[in-house]
Unconditional design. Sequence first.
Lengths: 289, 271
Amino acid sequence: MTAPTAAGAAPGAAPAATTTTAAAVQVAGVGRVFPGEGGRSVTALEHVDLTVGAGEFVSLIGPSGCGKSTLLRLVADLDSPTSGSIAVFGRPAREARLGHDYGIAFQQAGLLPWRTVRANIELPLSLHGVGRAARRERADEMLALVGLADFADHFPDQLSGGMQQRVAIARALAERPSLLLMDEPFGALDEMTRERLQSELVRICAETRAAVVFVTHSIPEAVFLSDRVVVMSARPGRIAGIVDVRLGRSGERGDDLREDAAYFEAVTAVREALHGGAEGVPSRGVETR
Amino acid sequence: MSAAAAPAAAPAPARARRTAAAWGHRAAPVLLLAALVAAWQAAVTLGDVPAFLLPSPAAIAGEFAEFLPTIASAALVTGTNALVGLVIGAVVAIAAAVLASSVRAVDLLLDPVVAGLAVVPVVALAPVLYTMYGASVETGRQIVVAVAVGVPVFVNTLRGLRQVRPVHRDLMRAYAATPRQAVRAVTIPTALPFVFTGLRLASSLAVISAIVAEYFGGPRSGIGSFITTAAAGSNYARAWAYVLGGVLVGLLFYGATSAVERWGTRGVRRA
């Protein structure tokens, strides 16, 4: 109705095509209330503000029930906030989902058991009408990236849990998303597999330069992977503090980092932020809200 | 896949042993059956059991060979009834299940109807249907089969349609799949094994219903009619020969639907 005049003037109406500099995720004043039995509603999230820059790796950590998975689902538009707004690359979460702006991986690999590994990786591509040859080529690249080239024609049930999760990550990356959403993807794996996949994820992120929002229970995992760790508190779920980790560019982060002093310092900072008093934490880089 | 590949990769002696074991598995029930038939024959011959009580296997085999053309044509009639009823019943039941899974109101409406159908002795409807459609056509019998078959197919299909895992539903939404794409990529493959199980259960039921419906009248054409005629005429061995014909039709149906099930769920390995 007002389109002809408002086109260049409205500051909030920047077209999506020019938002390469926009933050990957912009969460502003978001709350989510679940209506409960007998009028007792549950506030899962309250007044959450968070910005994830392009190419940034941000972990959400907190006790069970702090709403970190809910926040991720809101960003993915698998659920809608009751208040506030969420923008992904400058456009509303729903548009971002419909525009295939992100890739996603869950705690359960969620592979389709009746499809081979290759067909599972090709799933998002085939849903979005990518041709057969291009799909095959991309699946080959992804299989090489996650080191499963020899298992292309296996079925998911023939793979270990760690391998299934790698297939899920390959599937999430198949469309070259600039944003990767991960909901405790390594939560069900043993410690050794977990550490190996973490290192792999760091390498993959360096190669793809995607921004990542990563939900986890594990402090070492969050510190090892992230540029920033968002610490959340429960009931109602809010952001209790943000710990700046930045242990070096993702490309140069190796396994020896796990024994580095800065790494332990950051682990301590996150732990202290988790256990109450975010204020008064002496460690550097802690913003309190 | 790997199950098929593994034996080929195994060294020859192991493969031979496994083949022998597989043959043992198949041969065991055949041997048991042969032993039972032999014991039956011996008991009838040595015990001088009267034919109306239990005819000997040899007598039944004799009647079976003698009346083979009649048995074959009767089996064809009964088999056709069972097949027509099975197809109609399955198509209607699957369509109803799809509707019930997508429209809540339909589900609420159908639920008591299906519960009612499940407890109705459907074959007992045969005399009513004979008067409705005429006692000289097979229509009544085919309807009996269709109704009997509908219940297990409906219940299993509906269950299968509700097995879609939440993570798969999230995945389809995250990838902005259209409803049509989601049905093709996730819902149908998830439900299919359940549909096939329903069909396999229904196939035996189809043949049994088709035979039993013939006991209640209608044209004298199928296995069931000939069993009653033979028994009424004190031709006990012949009655058993017809029963044998019915068993063979049932096995054929079961084998065919099992094969379809295996074909339809190939590649799907469930823990």
